[in-house]
Design a protein around this ligand. Sequence first.
Ligand code: MG
Ligand code: MG
Ligand code: MG
Length: 305
Amino acid sequence: MSTYVLGHTNPDSDSIVGAISLSYLKNQLGEDCVPTRQGKISAETEFILNKFGGTVPELKTSYAGENVYIIDYSDYGQAPADIKEATILGIVDHHKLGDMITSTPLECWIRPVGCSNTVVYEMYKSFDVEIPKDIAGMMMMAILSDTVIFKSPTCTKVDTKAVKELAKIAGVEDYKTLAMDMFIVKSGVEGSSARDLNTRDYKPFDMNGYKVGVNQLEMIDITALDDKKEMILEDMKKMKEEDGLHTMIVLLTDIMKEGSQMLVVSDDVSKVENAFNVKLENNQIWLDGVLSRKKQIIPFLQPQF
Ligand code: MG
Ligand code: MG
Ligand code: MG
């Protein structure tokens, strides 16, 4: 029986590449692992897979009765609906510890670094397994994406070192230019509906019984969204109703200006205002220096609930 490796719903590049890189490592160690994904891949991930000749993992949304490794999360809110009927053999992640519980002893690799693939990179080293060129290239790109080319406050020395070493293996000299090309692809908004944009990197959180949804768009220039902002806010109100959210937040993150325009719809905006010590105007506010949802948004929001 194969073991499935899966990242979170609404998968980003770290989740997809992580499923691939962790599966390969486990297979080298004598296990039988298959990388899977819970949803469709993003334009950014497609760019990475095309660049390094990676295969899109198979789509799988039900895991009852299966053995699994989880990568890039540990919250039930981001897991497949029947995850409680699966056996979780291990978790590899770089977020706050979520609410997942296991029934058997767990292999756990959770570190406060910028990317799950940095943790996987450390695993390759500790098991003394050579990283193939194509996988090294994809891991490098996943780290550059999650750390916003080292600009994110989540980025550590371990991440930058991993990128440099992976770039060598992948034979990529100018990885920063390649990463900028990736962010140009990621910044594409033309032809995207408000719902496409609002779900692009959407994560639901359970905050003390209240549902809070936070989406993030990381872009080279957020002024490209100036004429779509009203449409985005209207659709946020709809999503809030549909999903029974207390609060929905969209972060329009400008990676060049290094900050985020935060859009908010909420049953009680004062919770958001207090969290960041700001006053919203027209449901929004610019947060200078804010690039990371996991480090600069969630930890401040959570205590308000
Ligand atoms: Mg992720
Ligand atoms: Mg990640
Ligand atoms: Mg991210």
